[in-house]
Structures are given as structure tokens and as C-alpha cells.
Design a protein around this ligand. Structure first.
Ligand code: FAD
Length: 905
């Protein structure tokens, strides 16, 4: 490829570079990376195209705090998950597609672990799933989720995969090419050089993520979106123009955000730690922190009411818990989040987090709007597949993107085995794509892309975002139709600007699809996602259908209703939705006083040669040694030795990062050696790298010895890290954890307890229960409950001077106590002035059923603190056949706090 010239001119159509492959994957994010790996493992010759750089592109690069939807055997069952998603989606679900995620998610977690991705486990190595949905526990934290993309890239660049997968970064397809209704390739722009590419493929997988740049964020910044801003709806537009059906486009994505910061508020992360959403009066107002349109509707109603604004409440939590939360949310989820709060002088210890809602987007991963696919990810166009946030599999999130990446990779490569390679590619479609890309060069002084995009997306906010009405949606359709001309006039001079202009076309297509679909579904559904204020009721009789949209043979947008497939899992209250009559029906878009249904997409014309000089780009100079490292595509430890010994710590850190990314033979010993580096930041990089890679480390003698050698490092991060690693590898010398219980740093002592718990060493954990540090005593109490031994120690801790330790001890007694010894103490503790103690005692009383406990807990059902009321209700709930308890449950069913009400149900 040649470099971009200062004076950029459009290449001729005939100058197009041609590439060929068995399976073309468009988009190298979560789903695309997995699709490429799977297709290659299945023997296909794969071409992976990414408009950014696969190493750090897509939603995963924005951080990942956990798997939102893991069905782990023994912790949850697929049928419950399928029912949960059916409820969250008001019944409009093809359960077969969701069932794939439910049943294959666990296998995918194991596959990712083999690659080196870490998921949170308890001391015994069991997955530590947490409950956030209305029923079932599906959230599996990923303490080092920020590294997932790095791990995937490492696997993609392994020698065996390199032979099968060609990655072309900065290459952006704009159209899928079709022949006789079959996908045969794509046409693309190189976003750095401006060259034109055509690709011939036997199967094509679209994995371009959501349309994140649809609505305009409250900040007004074009790229300050909730979603990764390179996801501009490219795949929705490409699938539509290729003739594929799209579904549920009217079911928007709207997410809770931190106010004035475009990152998720993560109530569902904080929830298992004891955080929750409250209004300005401090009352909880949502039944569950699991995202759904209903929850978002409640959120907006509360913000707009006299009880607004709303907050994610965390300041009441213990210090250690807040520290843990901050470390997840400020590093894994989004690194800038900590800086944002710090610049305002806010800390979670003292300030709750003000929340708001995001701009609208199209995204099946979080709601349901996507390309219509079957349970293998096949679209309605032969040879075209869709996976990830782009494919209509509701609430699929990260694990669903991986699962559908795998499914499409496998099916597309199977299909390629018996499909002939395309010969000549369709010239008319190539010419149209060329025109779409290079048109702005003809008019370099035309309206610039940022201006046009801002205007387009502000109209989306004004007329398409909920609450929706026929009048507003009608204006939207008219506006987007008009803007087709303005977009054709946009000016651009450089390959980068051409990319941005092409994206505006995708956004316009998505805006029109969103407006017309919303206009056509004449009812309200999915809470805020499709709130029609002019038609406020849900109408299952008329609208128990998937509303699908496609481009018809004449080039116009047409709607069809697809019946909901019979449920695999019955769901009470929704079983009437799948209709007896299985016919697909034509659905007319209602008239709104504006123009007729028309084709989306621009009209092609000739490409001129008049172009202007490109503005030269300016770059920060990079240290040449670091630049050398960053450029390395494959490395051995020997090649890195010089860098690992460089006198500049920044170079040594980058060398460690390179080592971590490529994991060549001997990487583990090289990382272990860096644990003794004189520079603290280098040591921290080495500890973090080893913890990140723990799943692929082996307890080989030399490596284990190297870890033991630094077990007494002066750096507490190294000492704590070594304990954690040796525990995970089950390779600690006898006595190591015991000795570490006297370490001067409490974080090391906490790791020592985790090690002792993994060995079921209750007597040593009991020693730690006398530690001077409160957090250590809390962890010791929890550890004893995990082991299931140490009631006597817990009883000592239940008289601790610190209320948080007493609370932990009382909670642990639920597992280890007995009615006779502990009943009275627990009942007395219900009157403690610290709410945490009352909560702990209410939980612990599960061991002492009977009239005295019911009477004592009855008082707590009206406690002033919501968490205490909830704990009391949770303990009482299993005894509901007792008439007094049934009465208390009925009372709690009307509690002002939604969480308490949910616990009483
Ligand atoms: C901020 C945030 C936090 C999240 N947190 C969680 C979480 O904690 N747990 C969870 O389970 N899920 C979470 N999710 C959801 C999860 O990350 C997504 O569902 C999943 O990663 C989507 O994968 P994807 O492959 O569809 O999209 P992506 O990973 O975004 O990949 C799409 C890729 O396509 C590329 N692309 C787009 N257009 C083109 C084109 N024309 N040509 C070439 N390349 C193109 C993009 O550059 C991008 O790399 C989160 C999402 C976000 C945005």
C-alpha cells in the first residue's frame, strides 16, 4: 500500500485492489475476532477487515467489568435465562437464538480461559457469579476485563492463526456486494491511504457492532458516545442495502450514564457490592438494577420528577468495598472515570454518583435492534451472516457476541467448503460504492462532516428519541429524506474525511430506519425504548410480531411482520404471544403527512479529479525505543532482552507490555524477573501482567521458585501478587500463607487469608481474625463461612469493637451458627445502632427459625434502613407458610423501597 499523498485524488474504479478469501469478516471487535478464529480453525482462508486496529478496537477496548449473561452449570439453568430475556423483551423474542447464548456461553467462557482471559473465582476456583437480573445469577465479574482484547489479539497473531487469518487494519467496507441474491464480497476504502479495494469472498460475516453514533450525547460531542464511536451503524446500512431483513429497529438502546460523563454508571456492577440507585430523597425506585426499557422508563420519570436527580448510592459502603469498586470502575470499565470524579473533588467514600441517561442508539447487545438472524447467525441473504451487537439476538452482550462470532465463523466456513469462489464482481455495485466513498472530493468546500453529522443527530434527538409521537416521527422521516441532498453535498479532502463522510451516510440510513420503524409499530412496548406517547398501550393482539424491514426489489423500504416462533420455554403472562397463524404479513407504514416510503442511500454520479491539498497531520514524537517495540508484530524473549534491560523505565514497561501481548516461550520467567526491578512502576506492570495471564501460566518448577524468591519483596504489591499467583497455581510452599499473616501490609494479609481458605485451613484463618486491621478481620469472617468451620471464632468476632466486623460475623453465622447458641445474641443485635450490624444479624437469624425470631424480625420489616428491611424479609421469606410471616410479606410487598418489595415476592 502507498502512503497518503498531500494532494489526494480519487483512485479510478479500475485501480481497485482485489483481495480474495473463503470467509470475509467485517469488523475486528468481540464477535469478529472470534468469528475469524473459529473459521480459521475450521480450515478457512480468512480475511479480517477492521476500520481501526484490531489490537484495540471495538467495545472491549472501552473496558469490561464482567460477563453480563453467563449461564454457569450449577449456578443457573439455560431455561431460566431464556425466560428472563423473554420477559425483559416483552415476549418479542425468537427463543432459539437466545437459547444458543444460554447453552454455549459456558463453553465460550472455558475457551476464553484457555486463551488467558480471567474470570472471578472464589478461593476454591468456583465461578463467583452474582445476581443482578430479576431472577437467576448471571453476572460473572472479570477483574481484569480491560485485557480481553489484548488476549484475543495475541491469539489472532499466533503462528498457526497467522497462516490462516490475514488482518487488514484501517480497511473499511462500505457495501456488501451481492450476485443473484448471494453475498459475494465487499467494496472498501483504506482510511489512511485512500485506496479503493474490492474483495471476493465465499461467505461474508458482518460484525460491525451497534449504531452508537445515532443520537447526540448531552455533551454535544460527536464522539463522546456511550458506545465505541467507530461503530456508526455501518453494518445496519450494509445489510439493508444488500437486501437483508432488519428487526426490532424501533426498540432503541438507552443506557444509564454518569451525569456529564459518557460512560456507564454501572449500577449492576455496584449492586452485588451493596450499591443501588436512589432518588434525591434517598429512596430506591427501581425493582432491579438489570437494564430494561421498563427500568429506563422509571429512571427518566424519576429524574424528571421533583424527586430527581438520581444517584448511584455507594458512599454507605465499607472502605474496602469502595476501594474495590473504584478499582473496577476506574480501571477496568473506563480509566478516565477516576480522573473525571477526581477533577470534581469527588470520591465514592463521600459522594454518591449522579446519573443520567444516554443518547439513543441501535444495539441488540443491550436491547433488541439488529439484523434478523437465525440460530446460526445467518441473515436472510444467502452467504451473509451477522454477529454481535449488530445481530438481532436480544440482550446478548459480550458473551453473546462471542457465541455468535463462533457460530457464524463455523457456519460461514462450512458453507465456504462447498461454495465456488466468486469470479467477476458486480461492476454496477462497485461503481456505486466508489461514488459513495469519493463523492466528497468533488465538493471540498461543501459543508464539513462534523457540521452535517451534528445537525443530523440533533434531529434524531429532537424527533426520534422517546417519548415518540406520530407527528414527531413524521417530521423526522421528512428531515432525513431532505438531508439526503445535504449529505451528498458534504465536502472532504483527505482519506480520513472520506471515512467520516461515509459514516454520515450510515448514520442517516439508521436514522431513517429508526424513524420509519417507530412510526410503523403503532403501540408502546419495551418501556422507554419504544414509548409512543400518542399510543401509550401495549397491544399484543395486533403487535405480538417482530417488525422486520428490508429493501424491496424496487429499492423501497418495506415492512413485514414475522410471527414470534413458538416458545421453547413457556413464560407465564406471555405465552399468548406466539400466534397460531404462522404466516408472515405485509405491514404498511402509516401515513404521517410526509413523503412516501423511499429507498435509503444516495444517488451515484461521476467522480471528478479536482481535489485540494490535505492538511498535514501533526504527531507527538514517540521515544524511538518505544516506537520500535510497538511496531513489533512477533517477538521472542531474546529479542526483547535489550529492551527489558533498558535504562529508561518507560521502555522496560513497554517491553513488558509487548511480552504480555505476545507471550513468547519463556515469557513467564521474564515477567517474574521484572518483579525485582528497581522501578516501582515496572514492578507493578509485571505483577499486573502475571495476574492477567494467570490462566495460561503453568506451575513449572523454575517459575514457581522465581515467585517464591520475591515473596519477601519490599514492595507490598509484589508480595500480594505473588501470594495470589501461588494460590491460583496451587503451588505455595507450606507455611507461606501462614507467614504472610504477619506481613506489615493489610492487602498482603488479605491475600494470605484467601490462600488459607483455598487450603481449608480454618485454624490459621482464625488467627487472622485477631488482626489489628478491620478489613482483614472482615475477610477472615467471610473466609470462615466459605470454609464452613470456625463458629467459635465468629462468636468472638461478633463482639468486635468495629461494627463492620460484627456485621460480617453475624452474616457468617447464617452458615455456621446454631439456634441454641446464637439465637439470643443475634436477636439482641437486631437493636444495634449500626444498620450494618442489624442487617448482618437479620441475615444470620436464618439459623434460628421459630416464633421468637419471627417476632424480633417483624420489627425490622419497618426498619428505617432499606438494606435492613430487605435482609429481614429475605430471612423470613422461606417461612411464609406461617400466617404471621405471610402478613409481614404482604406488608413488605407495599414497601416504599422497590428492592424490599422484590424480596417479598
Ligand atoms: C461501555 C461499554 C461497557 C460494556 N460493558 C459490558 C460488560 O461489562 N459486560 C458485558 O457482557 N457486556 C458489556 N458491554 C457490551 C459488549 O461489550 C458488547 O455487546 C460486545 O462487545 C459487542 O461486540 P461486537 O463485536 O458486536 O462489537 P465491537 O466489539 O464494538 O466490534 C465492532 C468492530 O467493528 C469495527 N467496524 C465498524 N464498522 C466497520 C466497518 N465499516 N469496517 C470495518 N470495521 C468496522 C469497529 O471499529 C469495531 O472494532 C459493554 C459495552 C460498552 C459499550
Amino acid at each position: 500500500m502507498t502512503a497518503a499523498h498531500a494532494e489526494f485524488t480519487a483512485p479510478a474504479v479500475s485501480a481497485a485492489h482485489r483481495l480474495d478469501c473463503d470467509v470475509l469478516v467485517i469488523g475486528g471487535g468481540t464477535a469478529g475476532s472470534m468469528a475469524a478464529l473459529t473459521a480459521a480453525e475450521n480450515g478457512a482462508d480468512v480475511l479480517l477487515l477492521e476500520k481501526a486496529h484490531v489490537r484495540h478496537s471495538g467495545a472491549l477496548a472501552m473496558g469490561m467489568d464482567g460477563v453480563n449473561n453467563a449461564v454457569i452449570p450449577g449456578k443457573a439453568v439455560p431455561e431460566d435465562y431464556v425466560a428472563e430475556i423473554t420477559r425483559a423483551n416483552d415476549g418479542i423474542v425468537d427463543q432459539k437464538t437466545v437459547y444458543q447464548t444460554a447453552t454455549r456461553g459456558f463453553g465460550m467462557i472455558s475457551r476464553l480461559e484457555r486463551y488467558g482471559v480471567k474470570f472471578e473465582k472464589d478461593e476454591y476456583g468456583e465461578y463467583a457469579v452474582r445476581r443482578v437480573h430479576r431472577s437467576g445469577s448471571y453476572v460473572l465479574p472479570m477483574p481484569e476485563g480491560r485485557d480481553v482484547k489484548k488476549v484475543l489479539y495475541r491469539v489472532l497473531r499466533r503462528r498457526d492463526m497467522r497462516e490462516k487469518i490475514t488482518i487488514e487494519n484501517r480497511l473499511m467496507p462500505v457495501r456488501v456486494l451481492t450476485e443473484n441474491g448471494r453475498a459475494v464480497g465487499a467494496a472498501a476504502l483504506h482510511t489512511r491511504t485512500g485506496e479503493f479495494y474490492v474483495i471476493g469472498a465465499k461467505s461474508v460475516i458482518l460484525a460491525t457492532g451497534p449504531c452508537g453514533r445515532l443520537g447526540l450525547p448531552a455533551s454535544g460531542y460527536l464522539y463522546g458516545t456511550y458506545e465505541n464511536p467507530t461503530n456508526a451503524g455501518d453494518g445496519y446500512s450494509m445489510a439493508y442495502h444488500a437486501g437483508a431483513e432488519l428487526s426490532g429497529i424501533e426498540c432503541f438502546q438507552i443506557n444509564p450514564l454518569i451525569k456529564d460523563y459518557n460512560g456507564p454508571a454501572c449500577a449492576y456492577v455496584a449492586n452485588p457490592f451493596g450499591g443501588y440507585q436512589v432518588n434525591a430523597d434517598g429512596d430506591r425506585f427501581v425493582d432491579s438494577d438489570y437494564w430494561s426499557g421498563d427500568m429506563m422508563k422509571e429512571v427518566v420519570r424519576e429524574i424528571d420528577s421533583a424527586r430527581g436527580p438520581i444517584y448511584l448510592k455507594v458512599s454507605h459502603l465499607p472502605t474496602e468495598t469502595i476501594d474495590t469498586l473504584e478499582s473496577i470502575l476506574h480501571t477496568t470499565e473506563r480509566p478516565t472515570r477516576g480522573t473525571f470524579h477526581a477533577n470534581r473533588g469527588h470520591s465514592y467514600h463521600t459522594h454518591d454518583i449522579e446519573m443520567h441517561v444516554s443518547e439513543i442508539g441501535l444495539c441488540s447487545g443491550h436491547s433488541a435492534s439488529g439484523v434478523w438472524v437465525d440460530e446460526n447467525g445467518a441473515t436472510t441473504v444467502d452467504g451473509l451472516y451477522a454477529a454481535g451487537d449488530l445481530a438481532c439476538v436480544p440482550h446478548n452482550y459480550m458473551i453473546g457476541a462471542f457465541v455468535y462470532g463462533e457460530l457464524t465463523g463455523s457456519h460461514a466456513s462450512d458453507r465456504a467448503k462447498h461454495t465456488p469462489a466468486p469470479g467477476e464482481l458486480p461492476a454496477d455495485q462497485i461503481a456505486d460504492a466508489h461514488e459513495l466513498i469519493y463523492r466528497p472530493l468533488r465538493n471540498p468546500d461543501g459543508p464539513p462532516q462534523p457540521q452535517v453529522e451534528y445537525k443530523l443527530r440533533r434531529f434524531v434527538n429532537d424527533y426520534v428519541a422517546p417519548p415518540k409521537t406520530s407527528n414527531k416521527l413524521g417530521i423526522a422521516v421528512e428531515t432525513f429524506e431532505r438531508m439526503r441532498g445535504e449529505i451528498a453535498q458534504m465536502g472532504g479532502r483527505t482519506p480520513h474525511e472520506l471515512m467520516r463522510c461515509a459514516e454520515v451516510n450510515f448514520i442517516r440510513d439508521c436514522a431513517e430506519l429508526a424513524a420509519r420503524s417507530s412510526l410503523t409499530r403503532t403501540e408502546s412496548r419495551w418501556g422507554l425504548y419504544h414509548q409512543r406517547d400518542d399510543l401509550p398501550d401495549r397491544d399484543d393482539a395486533r403487535w405480538g410480531y417482530h417488525l422486520n424491514v428490508r429493501k424491496n426489489a424496487g429499492g423501497a423500504m418495506e415492512f413485514i411482520g414475522r410471527p414470534v416462533a413458538p416458545y421453547l420455554v413457556p413464560v407465564e403472562g406471555l405465552n399468548h404471544i406466539p400466534p397460531q397463524d404462522r404466516s408472515v404479513i405485509a405491514v404498511e407504514q402509516p401515513r404521517s403527512g410526509v413523503g412516501p416510503a423511499v429507498t435509503v442511500g444516495g444517488t451515484p454520479g461521476p467522480v471528478p479529479d479536482d481535489t485540494r491539498p490535505e492538511t498535514p497531520a501533526t504527531h507527538e514524537p514517540l521515544s524511538p525505543r518505544i516506537a520500535e517495540l510497538v511496531r513489533m508484530e512477533s517477538v521472542t524473549v531474546e529479542e526483547l532482552t535489550d529492551y527489558l534491560e533498558d535504562e529508561d523505565p518507560a521502555v522496560r514497561r513497554t517491553a513488558l507490555a509487548t511480552l504480555t501481548e505476545h507471550t513468547p516461550d519463556g515469557f513467564d520467567s521474564a515477567l517474574a524477573a521484572a518483579l525485582s526491578d528497581p522501578d516501582a512502576a515496572v514492578r507493578r506492570t509485571a505483577v499486573e501482567a502475571l495476574r492477567e495471564l494467570v490462566e495460561i501460566l503453568s506451575a513449572e518448577a523454575g517459575f514457581v521458585a522465581a515467585l517464591h524468591e520475591v515473596a519477601d519483596s519490599e514492595d507490598h504489591l509484589v508480595r500480594a501478587g505473588v501470594l495470589d499467583l501461588l494460590r491460583s497455581l496451587k503451588a505455595a510452599e507450606p507455611g507461606l500463607f501462614d507467614r504472610a499473616l504477619t506481613d506489615p501490609h493489610h492487602r498482603v494479609r488479605i491475600e494470605a487469608i484467601r490462600g488459607l481458605v483455598s487450603l481449608n485451613d480454618a485454624p490459621s484463618v482464625a488467627v487472622a481474625a485477631r488482626d489489628a486491621n478491620r478489613e482483614v478481620r472482615v475477610v477472615a469472617a467471610q473466609g470462615l463461612a466459605t470454609i464452613g468451620d470456625g463458629a467459635a471464632t465468629l462468636r468472638e468476632l461478633s463482639t468486635d469493637i468495629d461494627p463492620l466486623v460484627r456485621a460480617a460475623a453475624f452474616t457468617a453465622l447464617a452458615a455456621l451458627g446454631d439456634a441454641e447458641t446464637d439465637g439470643d445474641v443475634l436477636r439482641k443485635a437486631l437493636r444495634d445502632s449500626a444498620w450494618q450490624v442489624r442487617k448482618g444479624a437479620a441475615t444470620g437469624l436464618a439459623v434460628a427459625p421459630g416464633p421468637k425470631t419471627v417476632a424480633a424480625l417483624a420489627e425490622l420489616v419497618t426498619d428505617r434502613h432499606g438494606d435492613v428491611r430487605k435482609a429481614a424479609v429475605q430471612t423470613l421469606r422461606p417461612w411464609s407458610e406461617h400466617p404471621d410471616v405471610a402478613e409481614l410479606m404482604a406488608l413488605a410487598g407495599h414497601d416504599e423501597d422497590a428492592d424490599v418489595r422484590a424480596a417479598a415476592r
